[in-house]
Design a protein around this ligand. Structure first.
Ligand code: NAD
Length: 480
């Protein structure tokens, strides 16, 4: 059985523990590879290598650093099919999605930050005619990057690329649920000639490897994407050490549909925002709020379209919905569907596990599920489910829907559907979240700030925000 290895100080090795964790193929429900069960000793080696590599990497001319990152992007593109297949097997997502979204985005992350850093400039301020202030931005040191399982290589590179481009060295931990593409990425880094110790990838459990990264005294900044509960634990551990923190956490995002919207576009976009990647994207719109005038019309057309989505072998091109990531996650999502029934919800379609025949008969598949009849305050409408499950609720006024939308502890994103430009701006302004889409969803420009408010996180990723996070500003004031 294939064994994944850690990438520390430029080499691929087993963990010092010599123990392994099973890696599951969620569409088959079986173990297909082994993950090093690393611990703080491996993190210690990785941190040492990263500390050693920092003076060399941070002093390298920025154009040379950028060229190396561009080379890594080239190699991701060369290995596009291999990486997409690996992501599909490891995560359960449709191969078509891994091909069109995950892997292309991983190479664009590398390219984007390799070029962005070339344009990253210092600020200066003339203070009346008394002084010139100039602000330098230097890399911080060793960055700890911890990522989740839903968009494995996509989110892994989203952190690593700006960290490295800005001149930091990195100790990274991919999710133990989906480690394969990070392992393949480490081979790409070796082939590209990334100097030893610049990037170190330690595989294993959050409670061992993740915690050891967060607690390590030589790792002064942590970039984390994952669940809100984990984010709280990381914030609590990092705060007494005054680490720089970026936390991208959960969401419970509303789709707000006004009765003057373009209904066909709204249905198309809502299908994607509800069920892409089996609903396992932090930006998925899981609460669909529809103005009363078009509620029945929307619900009928939407449910017809959802019921026609094909749940099936993610390797097959006709499959719209693949497997959810693990048995534990499937059980969690199914428990929320049961809770919805108990809370008085009506299942309009889906609502159960799906048995896919053939090689996938033991896989973790859930029918895309639409639930109505729930109050906006109930648990199903307040807690993150992170699966192919959405609720649909009617509303009458703008004021009412803004209240529904803002009622959760989360504040990551929202989508508004309307033909009224004034209303779109007005509602966008009132929503308590970090990202708003109008008549579209997940249309990404990597220059824009990305992140949430309230319990959806702290800080922003993307563009200059990321380069600022991964650098420390120093202001020098020169008297004239
Ligand atoms: P998770 O919090 O369970 O795990 C995320 C990562 O943290 C994994 O690598 C895990 O091993 C590690 N980890 C776990 N415990 C740790 C600890 N005590 N210390 C340090 N590291 C630890 O999240 P998940 O289940 O992998 O991902 C799903 C969650 O991620 C959802 O809540 C989703 O909304 C969120 N997410 C957010 C964004 C965003 O940009 N806001 C993007 C994608 C996913």
């Amino acid at each position: 059985m294939q064994k994944i290895q850690n990438y520390i100080d430029g080499e691929l090795n087993d963990s010092l523990s010599r123990n392994y964790i099973d890696n599951y193929n969620p569409s088959e429900g079986s173990v297909y590879s082994l993950i090093p069960d690393s611990d703080e000793r491996d993190v210690q080696l990785a941190a040492k290598a990263a500390v050693r590599a920092f003076p060399v990497w941070s002093a390298m001319p920025v154009a040379e650093r950028a060229a190396l990152l561009m080379k890594i992007a080239d190699l991701i593109e060369r290995d596009h099919n291999l990486l997409a297949k690996a992501e599909c097997i490891d995560n359960g997502k449709p191969l078509s999605l891994a091909r069109s979204v995950d892997i292309p985005r991983a190479s664009s992350n590398m390219r984007f930050f390799a070029s962005a850093v070339l344009h990253f400039s210092s600020e200066s301020h003339l203070t009346d005619d008394k002084a010139i202030n100039y602000t330098t931005r230097k890399p911080v040191g060793v960055a700890g990057c911890i990522s989740p399982w839903n968009l494995p290589l996509y989110l892994f590179t989203w952190k690593i690329a700006p960290a490295l481009a800005a001149g930091n060295t990195v100790v990274a931990k991919p999710s133990e649920v989906t480690p394969m593409t990070a392992y393949l990425f480490s081979k790409i880094c070796i082939e590209a000639g990334l100097p030893a110790g610049v990037l170190n990838i330690v595989h294993g459990l959050g409670a061992k490897v993740g915690q050891a990264i967060v607690a390590h005294p030589d790792i002064p900044l942590i970039s984390f994407t994952g669940g809100t509960t984990t984010g709280k634990a990381i914030a609590a551990a990092a705060a007494p050490m005054f680490k720089k923190l970026s936390l991208e956490l959960g969401g419970k995002n509303p789709n707000i549909i006004f009765d003057d919207c373009d209904l066909q576009n709204t249905i198309e976009v809502s299908l994607r925002s509800s069920f892409s990647n089996q609903g396992q994207i932090c930006l998925c719109g899981s609460r669909i709020l529809v103005q009363s005038g078009i509620y029945n019309q929307f619900l009928k057309q939407f449910v017809d379209r959802v019921a026609a989505l094909k749940v099936g072998d993610p390797m097959e091109s006709g499959s719209d919905i693949g497997a959810v990531v693990s048995q534990a996650h499937m059980n969690k999502v199914l428990a929320y569907i049961d809770l919805a029934r108990k809370e008085g919800g009506e299942i309009q379609c889906g609502g159960q596990q799906v048995k896919v025949s053939g090689r996938c008969e033991k896989g973790y598949f859930i029918a895309p599920t639409v639930i109505t009849g729930l109050d906006y305050t109930c648990k199903v409408n307040q807690e993150e489910i992170f699966g192919p499950v959405v609720t649909v609720m009617p509303f009458d006024s703008e004021e009412e829907v803004v209240n529904y939308a803002n009622s959760t502890v989360y504040g990551l994103s929202a989508t508004i559907f309307t033909d009224s430009l004034k209303r779109a701006h007005r509602v966008a302004d009132e929503l308590k979240c970090g990202i708003v889409w109008v008549n579209c969803w997940l249309l990404r420009d990597l220059r824009t700030p990305f992140g949430g408010v309230k319990q959806s996180g702290v800080g922003r990723e993307g563009g200059e925000e990321a380069l600022r996070f991964f650098t420390e500003a120093k202001n020098v004031c020169v008297s004239l």
